[in-house]
Design a protein around this ligand. Structure first.
Ligand code: PMP
Length: 355
């Protein structure tokens, strides 16, 4: 039986995507070949790549606005350095809201001066800093829209005229934002978009070409753009599954429809966390809570063994918190149904009754 999958990533994808993928792995569209054994230069794969790139821009409302989408390799971690390689001439501003932001800062320092405009490290990243200013003379401002490990999310973007670079790995396609406010968006596929192995990069083309250093071809956005995301062999299966997930998102009504469902799921779980005396949310201010990753702890550690047995017996997977936070983390990505959240809430209530 299918488990209730709260894994932080790689994570749940729509069941219909798994079904379509399993067919295409054996025989893609009845051509007598697996999607994995055709050339990436074949008309079939070029169509998959173009469809995936177009759908990504369409969902973000960025078609015909000077943006292009790429499916690259190396994970979001590669983007920590690739963004700086391509954009950092003198200095850049970074908002440090967690482990992934900190890693992005570390890579950027190899390329120029980094101004950390604010950090919530002092409180183990349990809040989003609000009062900071972005110097007007930086090459770009970098932020992480959703902090997967700590369960916080940036609700509003700061006003700035410099290009905004954003790591949206764990909340892309989950909520509406004015995506045209960003110069560069990147996201590892393995949460709301597909399997691991590819990273979506959305670039406003006019922010490129401003650094004086030479950039190795594989790390140069322009090289990948000029080759329509096919400079070298792309991760064909990961791109194909991402395309199917983006098609599924379209069938479901796109980001706006998904946002409503995500709000309902998050509302259900956070209401229980706040109501149930056995649990306590990790994030300091409710307004900073992420609908994608809900982090919480037990108020009475003596019930841990029992609670852990209960949720596992209910068919729940992937609820353990990250080692740097402890406790629990319920990741509720787009493909997770509301019913799975209800199962978790039922278990939490049962744990309270029997404590
Ligand atoms: N940024 C965020 C917000 C993440 O959650 C992760 C991990 N999934 C990463 C970056 C690193 O991604 P990757 O493992 O694809 O390099």
């Amino acid at each position: 039986m299918k488990k209730h999958n709260f894994s932080p990533g790689p994570c749940i994808l729509p069941q219909q995507v798994f079904e379509k993928t399993s067919k295409a792995v054996l025989d893609y569209n009845g051509i007598g070949l697996s999607v994995m054994e055709i050339s990436h230069r074949s008309k079939e794969f070029i169509e998959i790549m173009e469809n995936a790139r177009t759908l990504a821009l369409e969902h973000l409302g960025l078609e015909n606005k000077g943006y292009k989408a790429l499916f690259l390799q190396g994970g979001a971690s590669m983007q920590f350095l690739m963004a700086s390689y391509n954009l950092l001439e003198k200095k850049a501003a970074y908002l440090n809201t967690g482990t992934w932001s900190s890693k992005a800062v570390k890579e950027a320092k190899l390329f120029g001066e980094v101004i950390e405009v604010a950090s919530s490290k002092d409180a183990n990243f349990n809040y989003i800093p609000k009062d900071y200013t972005i110097p007007p003379d930086v090459d770009y401002f970098h932020c992480t829209s959703n902090n997967t490990i700590f369960g916080t999310q940036l609700k509003t973007l700061p006003q700035t005229d410099v290009p905004v670079v954003c790591d949206m790995s764990s909340d892309i396609f989950s909520r509406n934002l004015d995506f045209s406010k960003f110069g560069l968006i990147y996201a590892g596929a393995q949460k709301n978009m597909g399997p691991s192995g590819t990273t979506l990069v959305v670039i406003k083309e006019d922010i490129l070409g401003k650094v004086s250093r030479s950039i190795p071809s594989m790390l140069d956005y322009k090289v990948h753009l000029d080759k329509d995301s096919m400079f070298n062999t792309p991760p064909v299966l990961a791109v194909y599954v991402s395309m199917l997930t983006l098609e599924w998102l379209k069938e479901k009504g796109g980001i706006s429809a998904m946002e409503k469902i995500n709000e309902a799921k998050a509302g259900l779980l956070y209401t229980e966390i706040d109501r149930n005396p056995l649990f306590k949310g990790f994030v300091a201010q409710k307004g900073d809570r992420s609908p994608m990753n809900a982090t919480f702890n037990l108020t009475d550690e003596s019930v841990k063994e029992k609670f852990d047995t209960m949720w596992k017996e209910a068919g729940i997977n992937g609820l353990n918190g990250h080692r740097s936070v402890g406790g629990y983390r319920a990741s509720m990505y787009n493909a997770l149904p509301l019913e799975s959240v209800q199962v978790l809430v039922d278990v939490m209530q049962e744990a309270e009754r029997t404590a």
